[in-house]
Design a protein around this ligand. Sequence first.
Ligand code: GDP
Length: 334
Amino acid sequence: MSRRALITGITGQDGSYLAEHLLAQGYQVWGLNRGQANPRKSRVSRLASDLSFVDGDLMDQGSLVSAVDLVQPHEVYNLGAISFVPMSWQQAELVTEVNGMGVLRMLEAIRIVSGLHGSSAAGSDGIRFYQASSSEMFGKVAETPQSETTTFHPRSPYGVAKTYGHYITQNYRESYGVWGVSGILFNHESPRRGAEFVTRKISLAVAQIKLGLQDKLYLGNLDAVRDWGFAGDYVRAMHLMLQQEQPADYVVGTGRMHSVRDAVRIAFEAADLNWEDYVAIDPTLVRPAEVETLCADSSHARRELGWEPKVDFTELMTMMVESDIRQASRERDY
Ligand code: GDP
């Protein structure tokens, strides 16, 4: 019997990479499908014949209980979230509902379906739960680099909601014995990254500029520093976390810091262009409260999971630019 995994957020960047990774390991993969005729489902259409879907929504407790009961998963990966930080100032309550309360609802579904009460413990054959925690929880960083023991100081409603999700996962582990872990993932990108995130915004613009279809790229804070890795590397860490004997939280990142300016320079260089000819600042893109720098100390994951990233930052930006140039050329020639 193959193992069953239920993924929320399967149509997102991480969900699609994780689904591919788990299918390659022989898993039966289920995705939680939100809404009628969800247009995002086309994002995983290349896997459609291998995937199963179950209807449900992180805003609806009953639907999660039904989904977990129907699928009877061995592993649940909660990647469903509103992931773009600036949106969380505009729709703080919605982001809190999905990214924070949604975690509680999924944990409740697992607890109810597993029949866990205060004194019981799931043990190693119970449902294993992965929560997508975020480096945004470190926010105004208390120390550099950040590890599992660094104090949180979130700087956006998104970061605050993710911090709630992190602690409630820990609490269900301690209160009910739910076998749950949080992966504190630093920024991770790929050619599938949403167009609103800065790396993809840059790679898409470079492609348009290269083909002569655009002449300027407007950005906000070029001095922000992130620890950017490749999403395909990071989903391996998620899976490894659920294969351990004991549940524990892990920081996942490369340990390398780059500024937005570095990202811009590398991306334009990958297309033989000079960024200074094209990039301009739009002050409205600067955030009300900024996370200035992030850098992961992933020694726990490297030691315990044997995990390490394979793609470095230059390779990542180059991969994204080349993919967007290919796609823009195809669209132009269509
Ligand atoms: P985040 O770290 O999850 O918020 O990922 P983003 O890719 O959205 O942003 C990374 C950093 O790039 C943040 O510090 C932003 O302030 C900075 N940044 C600068 N210009 C832009 C821009 O035009 N768009 C976005 N999304 N971020 C920008």
